[in-house]
Write a protein that binds this ligand. Structure first.
Ligand code: G1P
Ligand code: ZN
Length: 544
């Protein structure tokens, strides 16, 4: 079957964000659009002749069409082999596991993460390198530059598709395609990291759980691990069948979008443990009976209890968190006498630190937690970490969280999102803040004294690359913080995120409410940013 060269011309809007390229499905369906981006990837990643690729996605609408397009292009471009998840399904963490285990050249993940799916919703594509992590900026920049000048791409002159539904091996123009089980490599690694026997015993002794897969990619993974291997009764995993439109939902594991789970956990019928994961399986939400565990606290608690988990006992060498994530994990690192790192938002910054053996655990406030077992955040890994700690400590989620606050103090935390603001107006808010922060240090905002204010800039300690303008930080003398940044992953207009954090060490003062202790910070953030007059917005669209 002949390789053909298709003439094309660049599109002007292909700048990949921190998590690859995300657009509406209809945008991807434009003639040559996906092809241009895929060829731009292949032209930017170095010499892959004779090499292997991993390919799969979260099962959203257009996943299988895109896989067929990419397979033909990979064959025409000279890859030797591609591993594809059965039915096109591979979670983001599973791709990372498979790249590392099979030592492939890289992998392509088809997902728009937690964004809705369906013919009128979002699609996305991301390239991961041979360490299993998202491509570093120098590669994504090269892909973008290439996409601006692309004039042709290579594919095969055939309309015949590969059957993705059966575990089998195919040949396509000299390239081998192996359709692999989507779950087994991942499940095997989880078995090595965690004490499955202890978790199994806990479940056999009556511990109950509910995992909401939100009709997204983790359904098959959670069913195999939690139900089949750990013995949780059938039905413990809900919404476990991946659907192209995620059942019409928004596969984002937070109290708003996983509302059913949230209600269950705060009801009389609550199981002992609840969790949810997002579209592509890298995010997690942890809930106990009557208690929601913030992702920032979850990272801190996993770090403080790492000795309860076989693979991490005595092995945690450092902890990294993204800048807007609360400082709770810093307090744990301090006590453990290990290093802590504050990085810009986005998982790729953790990869360098992990490759250089500087950190073991890392996390983001946006429901992302993970470790050096792979180079992506990992939703089910976080769930299994919690289950392992619960099995070992034999206490409830609530007791573990409260004891943590007693010991380390509590970082009250909340994020307010203002979604789909007109881009100009959002930029205006940020440029105003950027000017103001130069003179805020030492001044008062209400009763609060500003101890520092800046636009966060990060110098990577491994490769010395500098990332500027990563968000406005206003820190106060009592340990509180306000952070402002624009989302890099939205697909319509701009999303402004404001993050609030206050710190309380006096256990007598610990408050069950979260918004109340942050009230003054919230008020001051609106004043200092002029948000309401510049955008017309009076309320955030999502509070987490
Ligand atoms: C969001 C999260 C960020 C995460 C990214 C990819 O990015 O805030 O922590 O790394 O999704 O999952 P944002 O939209 O804020 O740029
Ligand atoms: Zn995701």
């Amino acid at each position: 079957m002949p390789t053909i060269t298709i003439n094309t011309k660049p599109f002007d809007d292909q700048k990949p964000g921190t998590s690859g390229l995300r657009k509406k499905v209809t945008h991807f369906q434009q003639a040559h659009y996906l092809e241009n981006f895929v060829q731009s990837i292949f032209d930017s990643i170095g010499d892959f002749k004779g090499k292997t690729l991993v390919l799969g996605g979260d099962g959203r609408y257009y996943n299988q069409d895109a896989i067929q397009i990419i397979l033909k292009m990979a064959a025409a471009n000279g890859f030797t082999k591609v591993f594809v998840g059965q039915n096109g399904i591979l979670s983001t963490p599973a791709v990372s596991v498979i790249i590392r285990k099979k030592q492939t050249f890289g992998g392509i993940i088809l997902s728009a993460s937690h964004n809705p799916g369906g013919p009128d919703e979002d699609f996305g594509i991301k390239y991961n390198t041979d360490n299993g992590g998202p491509a570093p900026e120098k590669i994504t920049d090269a892909i973008y530059a290439r996409s601006k000048e692309i004039a042709h791409y290579l594919t095969l002159d055939t309309d015949t598709d590969i059957n993705l539904s059966q575990l089998a091996t195919h040949e396509l123009n000299g390239m081998t395609i192996e359709i692999i089980d989507s779950v087994s490599d991942y499940a095997l690694l989880m078995n090595e990291l965690f004490d499955f026997t202890a978790i199994k015993d806990m479940i056999a002794n009556g511990f109950t759980l509910c995992f909401d897969a939100m009709h997204a990619v983790t359904g098959p993974y959670a069913t195999e691990i939690l139900e089949n291997q750990l013995g949780s009764p059938k039905g413990s995993v809900i919404n476990g069948i991946p659907l192209e439109d995620f059942g019409g939902g928004h596969p984002d594991p937070n109290l708003v979008h996983a509302q059913h789970l949230a209600e269950l956990m705060f009801s009389e019928q609550s199981p002992d443990f609840g969790a949810a994961s997002d579209g592509d399986g890298d995010r997690n939400m942890i809930v106990g009976n009557n208690i929601f565990v913030t992702p920032s606290d979850s990272l801190a608690i996993l770090a403080a209890n790492a000795d309860q988990v076989p693979a991490y006992k005595g092995k945690v060498i450092g902890i990294a968190r993204s800048m807007p994530t609360s400082q709770a994990s810093d307090n744990v690192a301090k006590k453990l006498g290990i290093d802590s790192y504050e990085t810009p938002t986005g998982w790729k910054f953790f990869g360098n630190l992990m490759d250089a053996d500087k950190v073991t655990l890392c996390g983001e406030e946006s429901f992302g937690t993970g470790s050096n077992h792979i180079r992506e955040k990992d939703g089910l890994w976080a769930v299994l970490s919690w289950l392992n700690i619960l099995a070992s400590r034999k206490e409830s989620v609530s007791d573990i969280v409260h004891e943590h606050w007693q010991e380390y103090g509590r970082n009250y935390y909340s994020r307010h999102d203002y979604e789909a603001i007109e881009t100009d107006k959002a930029n205006h808010v940020m440029s105003g803040l950027r000017d103001k922060v130069k003179t805020l240090t030492g001044t008062q905002l209400g009763t609060l004294t500003v101890s520092y204010s800046d636009d966060f800039s990060y110098t990577d300690p491994i490769d010395n690359s500098i990332s500027d303008q990563q968000g406005i930080r206003i820190g106060f003398s009592n340990g509180s913080r306000i952070v402002f940044r624009l989302s890099g992953t939205g697909t319509s207009g701009a999303t402004l995120r404001i993050y609030y954090e206050s710190y309380e060490t006096d256990s007598e003062q610990l408050n069950e409410e979260t918004q109340q202790p942050l009230k003054e910070l919230i008020e001051q953030s609106l004043i200092v940013s002029d948000l309401q007059s510049l955008t017309g917005r009076t309320e955030p669209t999502v509070i987490t």
